[in-house]
Design a protein around this ligand. Structure first.
Ligand code: ZN
Length: 369
């Protein structure tokens, strides 16, 4: 019997569900708006996910099982696993914290959903993990990564996320606190002035290089309300403020790239998220700074690129994370070997920030010699 892999993408305003077949084809998707992300509870979210998965399964399998006695009656024989991708800090099947889903702190979403689905294994991943899983393993893009063991994906949106595939598996650290956006970089401000990040630290990569920060910095420089798209447009027209803001963003991303190379030595680092649509206009600036920051003793072989994933990457990546990694089921006594995921936005980030700061210090100390 053909097995299928369900993927769920939980956003701040919607829940989307899709089903992949063994070959990776996305067969059907359904979407439901969240009436209010600030008031949705864990049980309500699980019910929404269950209902959408039921509807997808019923639509696809009704004719196959011929029973017509309810969509949930035959889940186990068709769906091998369910992957759920959501924003925030995820660890061992629990959504520890998500700033845009405040009532879901410490919600054991994976075990709750698995229980509703008669024990089908459920894996919960962070949205950056889902993004890198979609990029590296989806049918449309996987050929580009066939020979690669280690790939990092940096998402450039309101914040900056980091998804890692190491040794061909998702890697989320011991506590789900793998970080990209909150790695500390040298200040790009005049005189090295500190720039406050929402996480409580100063001079995180995110304060210079997220799409939101790029727009904010260009607005401050130009004295008018601008966004990241305007920064790229104006830089192409010779606007020096836009060029400075863009160059600072690229420089910060280059430090992040170099630090990633020193820590995990990836085959490739790709940029995703809204700002990555700038393509070569972003990439050539980052490449230029990576080249300046590289040194001969530790050459940088990493390839840089732009993610190619589709609009359904969130749910496809979640489904593939479920397929490629052992998932949580209610019968699991020990969740310690299951997948965990990184925090992307706010929270306690001291460990990640500390490593970043140390590496950055070592890096600059070396360059200045
Ligand atoms: Zn930060």
């Amino acid at each position: 019997m053909t097995r299928y892999y369900a993927g769920v993408d939980v956003g701040g305003s919607h829940v989307s569900v899709g089903l992949l077949d063994e070959a990776g084809n996305l067969l059907l998707t359904l979407d439901q708006q969240l009436l209010s992300n600030s008031t949705v509870t864990a049980d309500e979210l699980v019910s929404i996910m269950y209902r959408l998965i039921s509807q997808v399964a019923f639509t696809l399998f009704e004719g196959e099982n011929g029973s017509g006695d309810g969509a949930g009656s035959n889940f186990g024989s068709h769906i091998a696993s369910v992957g759920v991708g959501c924003p925030g800090h995820v660890k061992n099947g629990v959504l520890v914290a998500a700033s845009n889903l405040p009532l879901l702190n410490d919600a054991p979403l994976a075990s709750k959903l698995s229980a509703r689905l008669d024990g089908i294994p459920v894996v919960l991943v962070n949205d950056a993990d889902a993004a890198v899983a979609a990029e590296v393993w989806s049918k449309e893009t996987r050929s580009a990564y066939r020979d690669m063991e280690n790939v990092a994906l940096i998402t450039l949106g309101t914040g900056i996320g980091l998804g890692l595939v190491l040794n061909r598996r998702l890697y989320s650290g011991s506590n789900g606190l793998v970080e990209g956006g909150h790695m500390i970089v040298p200040s790009c401000e005049e005189g090295g002035a500190a720039r406050q990040c929402g996480c409580g630290q100063v001079n995180c990569v995110e304060t210079f290089a997220s799409a939101k920060s790029l727009g904010v910095r260009f607005s401050e420089m130009s004295g008018s309300d601008m966004d990241a798209k305007a920064a790229f447009h104006e830089a192409a027209n010779g606007n020096l403020d836009a060029e400075r803001a863009l160059d600072d963003a690229a420089k910060s991303l280059a430090v992040l790239v170099i630090n990633l190379c020193r820590i995990v030595d990836p085959d490739m680092i790709v940029f995703g998220g809204g700002m990555s649509q700038a393509g070569d206009k972003l990439l050539h600036r980052v490449r230029s700074h990576v080249k300046k920051l590289s040194w001969s003793v530790l050459p940088t072989f990493v390839k840089l690129g732009i993610a190619k994933s589709s609009v359904n990457a969130g749910l496809i990546g979640a489904a593939l994370a479920g397929k490629h990694d052992r998932a949580v089921s209610p019968s699991d006594d020990d969740f310690s070997t299951t997948l965990s995921s990184p925090i992307v936005r706010l929270g306690s980030l001291a460990a990640a920030a500390g490593v970043g700061a140390l590496l950055t210090w070592l890096f600059w100390a070396r360059v200045r010699r």
